[in-house]
Design a protein around this ligand. Structure first.
Ligand code: BG6
Length: 298
C-alpha cells in the first residue's frame, strides 16, 4: 500500500527532504544534502540509493528489482529482521523488509546533512509479531549512516537476528579486494555451512560466495581498482559480517536479478546473526550501526 503522501508532506524540508511516488507506486523519501543524495522507500525502510556529488552511486540496485507490497527490493540496503536467512513458511530474512514502515521524523542537521527516522509498525509480523520497538535512523551527509535500534518493553527477553544487507556497486567484480576479515572464522553457506578460517589479507571474489563471518566487529573495506575508490564499512554493535555474491548460476536462477549483474555488485552486510543473535533483556535496548564512506583509492 502506498503511504498517503499528503500526510507525509508535513515532514518535508525545503531543498532537503521530499516524499514522492516511487516505483510500484510505493512512497519514497528523497534526501538532498550539500554533499550527497539518497533515496529511502517506506516499504522495508529500504535505502535504495546513496550518491556523493560527483561520484558514481555507492549502492547497487538491480534493474530487475520488484517494488511491491510483500516483496523484497533487490539492491540497496534491505533490513533483515527479526531473523536472517530462510525460515520454513515465512519470508526469507524476516518480515521487516517486505512491509511498510512508518515515518517518525525528519531533521535538517547543522552540517547540511539530513536525518530521517522510521519505525516498524507495532505488532508487525502478524502471528510472528515482534514485541519490541524497532526504529531505523538514516543520517545522510558525505557518509551514509544507518542505525537499527531495538527496545524491549515486555517482561520476557526478546531474541532476534538483524542484518543491514548492503549491496555495493563495484566497477568490476574481478577488480575488487575485501579487507578487514583476516583471522576470522566463517560459515561457508556454499559448502554446507562448513566452518573455515579466513587466512587472506584480501578476499577476492572468483565464484559464488556466501559467508557469515562470526565475531567480527572491525571495519571492512572494499578496494575497487576500477572505480578508484574504497568503500569503507564501519560497524557498531555488530558481531557478524556477511559477504555475498551470487555469481553465474545463482544470478541466472534469481528472477529479480539480471544474469550479468553479479559482475557489478558485492554485498558486505553488518549484523548479528546465527550464534551472534541478540538476546535483549526486559527494558534494554540494542543499537546496530553501520557507517558507509568512500575515500579515494590512492
Ligand atoms: C545473503 C545470504 O545475505 O542474502 C544468501 O547469505 C542469500 O544466502 C542472499 O542468497 C540473498 O537473499 P534473498 O532472500 O534476498 O534472495
Amino acid at each position: 500500500m502506498s503511504h498517503n503522501i499528503e500526510q507525509l508532506q508535513r515532514h518535508e524540508i525545503p531543498n532537503r527532504v521530499r516524499f514522492v511516488p516511487g516505483n510500484g507506486d510505493l512512497t519514497k523519501t528523497v534526501v538532498t544534502t550539500n554533499t550527497s543524495a539518497a533515496e529511502i522507500y517506506l516499504h522495508g525502510s529500504h535505502v535504495t540509493g546513496f550518491q556523493k556529488n560527483g561520484e558514481s552511486p555507492l549502492l547497487f540496485m538491480s534493474d530487475k528489482s520488484l517494488f511491491a507490497p510483500g516483496k523484497a527490493i533487490r539492491g540497496g540496503v534491505p533490513i533483515c529482521f527479526p531473523w536472517f536467512g530462510s525460515r520454513e513458511g515465512l519470508p526469507a530474512h524476516g518480515f521487516a523488509r517486505v512491509m511498510a514502515w512508518e515515518l517518525v521524523a525528519t531533521t535538517a542537521l547543522p552540517d547540511g546533512g539530513v536525518c530521517v527516522r522510521f519505525r516498524l509498525p507495532e505488532n508487525a509480523g502478524g502471528a510472528n509479531a515482534f514485541l519490541g520497538k524497532v526504529d531505523f535512523i538514516v543520517t545522510v551527509n558525505d557518509a551514509l549512516t544507518m542505525e537499527l535500534h531495538v527496545t524491549n518493553p515486555v517482561a520476557e527477553p526478546l531474541i532476534f537476528e538483524e542484518c543491514l544487507h548492503a549491496y555495493f556497486s563495484v566497477g568490476d567484480i574481478n577488480d575488487i579486494a575485501i579487507t578487514g576479515l583476516k583471522g576470522a572464522h566463517y560459515l561457508d553457506k556454499t559448502d554446507n555451512n562448513a566452518r573455515k578460517l579466513e587466512t587472506g589479507d584480501a578476499i577476492k571474489i572468483v565464484s559464488e560466495t556466501d559467508r557469515v563471518y562470526l565475531d567480527t566487529t572491525g571495519a571492512v573495506e572494499i578496494h575497487d581498482a576500477k572505480l578508484r575508490r574504497i568503500i569503507r564499512v564501519e560497524k557498531g554493535g555488530s558481531a557478524s559480517t556477511v559477504v555475498w555474491n551470487p555469481w553465474i548460476a545463482k544470478a541466472r536462477a534469481m528472477a529479480d536479478f539480471g544474469d550479468e549483474e553479479f559482475r557489478g555488485m558485492v554485498c558486505v552486510e553488518a549484523g548479528n546473526v546465527g550464534q551472534n543473535q541478540i538476546t535483549l533483556a526486559s527494558g534494554k535496548s540494542s543499537a546496530l550501526k553501520v557507517k558507509l564512506s568512500s575515500p579515494p583509492l590512492k
